[in-house]
Design a protein around this ligand. Structure first.
Ligand SMILES: *Cc1c(COP(=O)(O)O)cnc(C)c1O
Length: 377
């Protein structure tokens, strides 16, 4: 078994090496207490500092306005699909969805199931979809027109499976909330948080290990959650969780601890501008190889919608794709298999994937083409 040189897993994904070392320390002896972070009470002053520190670090890294709440929740991004509808839909005002991939489809389906808990005057609907072309692009700004009566627009800023990404923030009419599933590109580039009603992201791609979901809620979103005609069970309510600062029940202590260390690490590295620059360079390395391969590598996404987080591509045959995967693995380049629903290859280039790992992959791709490209050269 070769040592791993590049971990391109789609999620759970790479974590920064120095942070993993710190986490190991905390697992043995948490801040000189003589016990592990895993054994620490979530009501202890030591954990309180971790909890507050994680929120503070996120506020700083993402530039979250002081009147927005930062919540830590369980259930992954998938639970948010239903919670967005349960907390934010208003009667007679549909929730509208841009369908740009499997995750936005699931977001809509779960919201549809949630309607049964709300009543007959609540609705959700798709207003745009690229399903007919295998989700190869996101809409242009002029293609996305949200109804004046909409409760919210929900969109997926980065489509982890298809490998597409929004490179702009959609406009919504006055009174509609902009809701974003940012699971796979949160903290990868600067973001105007104040334009959003709600942002959510499972931590396991860009922020830390699996087990915690970050929810950033505007005052309007919290107010809608508070004003529900039928009160929601506490753990499903943004307002109830926010009122207890995400300590309504036992939070995922370890995941929040690790997230804090990851976010503080990114702050020390120069924050979002530095991360965005590096992420852009990483993506460019691979897209350049694809674009210069004379058709040996075919990008799955249209160029204007290409993701900087998940680079998806195909080879001339499935047999070559299998060969690519096994030879890459032998070189220590792992996690490159495309999602089972679409096949092909995918390199996930989240924040913690170093530039050198992507250089090694780009070099491997060029070398692989030299060896196997009989047709085009
Ligand atoms: C991974 C992912 C999800 C699912 O996240 P879970 O935490 O596993 O529920 C949802 N949306 C996007 C965009 C994702 O990348």
């Amino acid at each position: 078994m070769t040592a791993t040189i590049g971990n391109f897993n789609p999620g759970p994904a790479a974590l920064p090496r120095p942070v993993l070392e710190r986490i190991c320390e905390g697992l043995r002896d948490f801040e000189g207490t003589g016990i592990s972070i895993l054994e620490t009470s979530h009501r202890s002053p030591e954990y309180r500092r971790v909890h507050e520190g994680a929120i503070e670090a996120l506020r700083q890294l993402l530039g979250i306005p002081p009147d927005y709440a930062v919540l830590f929740m369980g259930g992954g991004a998938t639970l948010q699909f239903a919670l967005v509808a349960l907390n934010l839909l208003e009667p007679g005002r549909p929730g509208e969805y841009a369908i740009t991939g499997r995750w936005s489809q699931k977001a809509l389906q779960e919201a549809q199931k949630a309607l049964a808990l709300l009543g007959s005057d609540y609705a959700v609907r798709a207003i745009w979809s690229s399903e007919a072309t295998n989700f190869d692009r996101v809409p242009r700004p002029d293609e996305l027109s949200v109804s004046p009566e909409a409760s919210y627009l929900h969109y997926t800023s980065n489509n982890t499976i298809a490998g597409t990404q929004f490179h702009y923030i959609p406009e919504v009419p006055e009174g509609a909330l902009l809701v974003c599933d940012a699971s796979s590109d949160i903290a990868s580039r600067p973001l105007e948080v104040e334009r959003f009603g709600l942002i959510y992201a499972g931590a396991q791609k860009n922020l830390g290990p699996a087990g915690v979901t970050v929810v950033i809620a505007s005052p309007e979103a919290l107010e809608r959650s508070r004003a529900r005609a039928k009160p929601l069970p506490s753990l499903l309510s943004y307002e109830a969780i926010g009122a207890k600062n995400s300590l309504l029940n036992t939070p995922p202590v370890f995941a929040i601890y690790a997230l804090k260390l990851v976010v503080e690490h990114y702050l020390r590295e120069g924050g979002l501008p530095a991360l965005a620059e590096r992420n852009e360079r990483k993506a460019r390395l691979l897209y350049d190889v694809i674009d210069r391969s004379r058709g040996f590598y075919r990008g799955s996404a249209r160029p204007e919608s290409r993701s900087r987080m998940n680079v998806t591509f195909r080879l001339p045959s499935e047999e070559l794709e299998e060969r690519f995967l096994s030879e890459a693995e032998r070189e220590g380049l792992i996690g490159l298999r495309g999602h089972r629903s679409v096949g092909g290859l995918r390199a996930s280039l989240y924040n913690a994937v170093p530039l050198e790992a992507v250089r090694a992959l780009a070099e491997f791709m060029r070398e692989f083409q030299r060896r196997y490209d009989y047709g085009c050269g």
